[in-house]
Design a protein around this ligand. Structure first.
Ligand SMILES: [Zn+2]
Length: 463
C-alpha cells in the first residue's frame, strides 16, 4: 500500500470548522487520508514511501469542477466574440458534429492534462455525444488518474429552446438509443478505476428533449442510483421557452418532470428566479456557476449570493474551451468573486472563503461525494494539491485563502495527488506524455477545422 507524508505546509482543511493549520501535515495510506494535523504530530510514528517537504506551500483539497465539456478543449478559441446561437450553430456544433472517437479522446486528454496541471482533481462532464467515443474517453480517465464523472448525452429533439432543428446533423441522437447507451456505459464503467469513474445522465437543455424523455431520464437515474446534469436557465430565452411551451418557469417544469433532486446539477442558472431557488433548495439540487462563460457569451449574471442565502448548493464550473477559454478553476474562483461584487456594488459579498467552498466542499456535495472528497479529513479519499506560494505574485501571504483566490493561477499548483497517488510532481504530470497529448490535440484540431469547412479569421491578419 503506497503512502505519502507531507509536512511543513499551510494546510487548509475545509473541514466543518474550516481549520487552517500552520506548519501542517498530512499522511495518506492507500487511497485515503490517515492523519491530518501539525507536522510534528503527523510525522510521529509515521513511515511513508514518499515524503514531501511542503515548506512555502499551501496544501488544499483538490478542486472540483462541476461543469466541464471535455470535447470542447480542442475547440478553444474557435468561436470568440460571437453570440450564443451563432456560437453553437456556426462554430461549435459543426465542429463537434465532425468529431470521431480519436478526436474525442485527444480533446479529453488535453482537457484532463490542463485540469491536472491547475489543481482540478474531480470533474463532472456534462454532455458526451456518442460520436466522441465514450469508451475511449473513460479509458483516458482511468489512465490519467483523475476522478471523472462522465455524463452521456440524452436528447430527442435537434433544437435549442425556441430555435428548432438547428443542431448539426452530426450531433443528432435518438432518445431511446441515448437511454440504452447510458445504461450500457453505466454497467461497463461506473465504479471502475477504484471508484474514480462514475456515469451520469447528461440531459440536453430545454428544447432538446420532450417532457416524456425528461421523465424517462429521471426514472433511469432513480433505478441506477446515479446523477443527472443539464444546462438550465443559461440564457433568458430558456425562461421564455418554458413559459410558452409549458406555462411554467424552467425549474418548475423540471420539478414536474421529476428532475429536481440531490442527484441533479443544473449548469449556469443565470436566469433562475426566487421561486425556482426555493424549489432547488428544498429538493437539494445544485447550481454549477460558470462566471467566465456567462460573461464571455454575455448570458447574464447569475444571482449567486441570493441563491446561497436561499439554501441552494452552488458549485463552480469552467464550462468549455470556446466559452471560457480555460479549465483553470483558480482563475474561475477570482471571476466568481469579482463578478458579484461589481453587480451588487458591494465588496463584502462572495468573499474568498465562500468562493473556495464553491470550488471544494460544495462541489463534492453537488456530486454526492461529500463524505469522500472536498475536504482534508481522516478517512476521506486522498485528493489534494500543493500550491507554491514562493512566487512573487503570492508574497506576502497574510491570508493564504484570499491570496489563492485573488492572486494565484493554476500555474502555481506544484503537486496534484488523487486517490492517494501522485499524479503531478514539480508541475510534471506523471500519467500522461504531456508533449504527445499537446501535439495530438493541435494536429487533430487543425484537421477537424478543415473537415468541417470552418476557417477562423482573426480580425488582424498575419503578415
Ligand atoms: Zn456547458
Amino acid at each position: 500500500m503506497s503512502s505519502i507524508l507531507i509536512t511543513g505546509g499551510t494546510l487548509v482543511t475545509m473541514d466543518a470548522d474550516r481549520r487552517v493549520i500552520a506548519d501542517g501535515g498530512i499522511l495518506t495510506e492507500g487511497s485515503r487520508i490517515s492523519k491530518v494535523g501539525k507536522s510534528s504530530e503527523v510525522r510521529r510514528e509515521s513511515r511513508a514511501e514518499f515524503e514531501i517537504d511542503a515548506k512555502g506551500m499551501v496544501i488544499l483539497p483538490g478542486l472540483i469542477d462541476i461543469h466541464v465539456h471535455l470535447a470542447q478543449a480542442m475547440l478553444r478559441g474557435c468561436a470568440d466574440d460571437a453570440s450564443l446561437i451563432d456560437w453553437l450553430q456556426k462554430f461549435v456544433w459543426p465542429l463537434q458534429g465532425n468529431y470521431d472517437a480519436q478526436d474525442g479522446k485527444a480533446s479529453a486528454e488535453l482537457c484532463m492534462l490542463e485540469m491536472l496541471k491547475s489543481g482540478t482533481t474531480t470533474f463532472l462532464e456534462s454532455l458526451l455525444h456518442s460520436r466522441y467515443g465514450f469508451d475511449g474517453i473513460a479509458a483516458s480517465v482511468e489512465t490519467s488518474g483523475i476522478r471523472g464523472l462522465l455524463s452521456k448525452t440524452v436528447m430527442g429533439i435537434p433544437g435549442y429552446g425556441n430555435a428548432e432543428g438547428i443542431m448539426h446533423p452530426g450531433m443528432v441522437e435518438d432518445g431511446e438509443t441515448c437511454l440504452r447507451e447510458v445504461e450500457g456505459y453505466f454497467n461497463r464503467w461506473n465504479g471502475k478505476a477504484n471508484g474514480r469513474i462514475r456515469v451520469w445522465y447528461g440531459a440536453r437543455s430545454l428544447g432538446g428533449c420532450t417532457p416524456d424523455l425528461y421523465r424517462q431520464i429521471a426514472a433511469g437515474a432513480e433505478i441506477l442510483k446515479t446523477g443527472v446534469t443539464m444546462h438550465l436557465n443559461e440564457v433568458r430565452e430558456d425562461a421564455e421557452y418554458a413559459k410558452k411551451e409549458f406555462g411554467k418557469l424552467p425549474a418548475e417544469f423540471m420539478d414536474d418532470a421529476g428532475l429536481v433532486g440531490p442527484n441533479v446539477v443544473f449548469a449556469h442558472g443565470v436566469w433562475l428566479t426566487e421561486p425556482e431557488w426555493n424549489i432547488l433548495a428544498k429538493k437539494g439540487a445544485t447550481v454549477a456557476h460558470c462566471p467566465s462563460s456567462n460573461m464571455k457569451l454575455a448570458s447574464g449574471i447569475a444571482k449567486i449570493p441570493e441563491m446561497i442565502r436561499s439554501g441552494v448548493n452552488v458549485g463552480l464550473g469552467c464550462d468549455g474551451g470556446p466559452s471560457n477559454n480555460s479549465y483553470d478553476m483558480i482563475r474561475e474562483m477570482k471571476f466568481a468573486s469579482l463578478l458579484q461584487k461589481a453587480r451588487l456594488l458591494n465588496p463584502l459579498v462572495m468573499d474568498a472563503e465562500t468562493v473556495l467552498e464553491l470550488a471544494t466542499i460544495n462541489g463534492a456535495r453537488a456530486i454526492g461525494l461529500d463524505k469522500e472528497i472536498g475536504s482534508l479529513e481522516v478517512n476521506k479519499r486522498a485528493d489534494l494539491i500543493l500550491v507554491t506560494f514562493r512566487n512573487p505574485h503570492l508574497v506576502p501571504a497574510y491570508n493564504p485563502i484570499s491570496q489563492l483566490v485573488y492572486a494565484a493561477t493554476g500555474s502555481d499548483v506544484d503537486t496534484t495527488i488523487i486517490d492517494g497517488r501522485i499524479i503531478m510532481k514539480n508541475r510534471r504530470v506523471l500519467t500522461f506524455d504531456e508533449e504527445k497529448v499537446i501535439r495530438e490535440a493541435d494536429e487533430r484540431g487543425t484537421r477537424l477545422l478543415e473537415r468541417a469547412g470552418i476557417t477562423i479569421k482573426p480580425k488582424w491578419g498575419y503578415v
